[in-house]
Design a protein around this ligand. Structure first.
Ligand code: MN
Length: 288
């Protein structure tokens, strides 16, 4: 495997702490300089006052979402590439991103390899001469994405496991990164669940959609494929303003969440997840 090292200043706009941590660690390990913004408003302020070479923009955020932030940046003549981070839960999300002014999109949960593919398109590698941070517009060819914008739902291979080792490794790349991301999940997810529960109680579908979305993303990163999938359904029900379906789905989410939490709080969960992954592989090999 070749070593991927890039140069440039990247602004990451993302409201979920787990996602923030994962993407910034991945980018820093690729040699990039990372600045974080927690919502669209902050992103607009920072992006218009400092020089960046690339922006990763989450689309669903409180205060100002990614669509409005991107539109505002384009209106202010900012031309650097903006890559939408989107979970494609809703139909037409991708078109909306491009319409808002994004150049490309990256499906969540983010996978290291896909992230590198995108960066390779927009940023020079460290070995390229004449690099000048913050002045990369000239490297940007204006080429539109030729990538494979398929609907990316939970990985089918790992569907049976509570935590799919292959999915979590695909996102994190290394085991120490896995531990860091899971640590963040254990801190952030319970609060997110609590808020989602309150939103169900008070029939606040707007909040419910936001928390279901956030939980779906975090669950995806830690390889909790079932949890992520039920959160996706909950998010859709909330989006469609179906309070009855949402209440039912919330109890599924709760059940899946408790399984994930008890699995992840075991001291040897990494070993268990690896073992489950291996036995699934062996089963598949036996069938072939
Ligand atoms: Mn978000």
């Amino acid at each position: 495997m070749q070593e991927d090292r890039f140069a440039g200043r990247v602004l990451v706009v993302e409201d979920c702490p787990t996602n923030q941590l994962l993407i910034s660690l991945l980018l820093e390990r690729l040699g990039l300089e990372v600045t974080l913004a927690g919502d669209g408003k902050e992103a607009v302020d920072i992006a218009l006052s400092q020089a960046f070479d690339l922006i990763f923009m989450d689309m669903q955020m409180p205060n100002m979402n990614g669509y409005d932030a991107t539109k505002a940046l384009r209106k202010n003549s900012l031309t650097i590439p903006i890559v939408a981070l989107t979970a494609y839960a809703m139909k037409g999300d991708r078109e909306k991103c491009i319409f808002a002014g994004c150049d490309d999109y990256l499906a969540k949960p983010i996978k290291r390899e896909k992230l590198i593919q995108i960066i390779r398109k927009y940023l020079p590698s460290k070995s390229e001469p004449e690099f000048e941070a913050g002045r990369l517009s000239r490297f940007f060819s204006g080429e539109k994405s030729t990538g494979e914008p398929k609907y990316e739902s939970a990985n089918v291979q790992g569907r049976e496991a509570i935590i799919s080792w292959s999915v979590i490794m695909e996102a994190c790349g290394t085991e120490d990164m896995v531990e860091e991301i899971v640590g963040m999940f254990l801190k952030d997810a319970p609060r997110c669940m609590e808020l989602a529960g309150e939103a169900v109680e008070s029939k606040n579908l707007k909040d419910l959609k936001l928390y279901a979305h956030r939980l779906k993303g975090s669950a995806g990163y830690v390889g909790a494929v079932q949890l992520s999938e039920v959160c996706r359904r909950l998010e859709c029900a909330a989006d469609e303003k179906d309070i009855e379906a949402a209440a039912l789905l919330f109890s599924d989410v709760k059940e899946a969440f408790e399984k994930v939490m008890s699995f992840l709080s075991r001291d040897n969960w990494i070993e268990l997840a690896k073992q489950q992954g291996n036995s699934k592989q062996a089963e598949r090999a036996a069938i072939k």
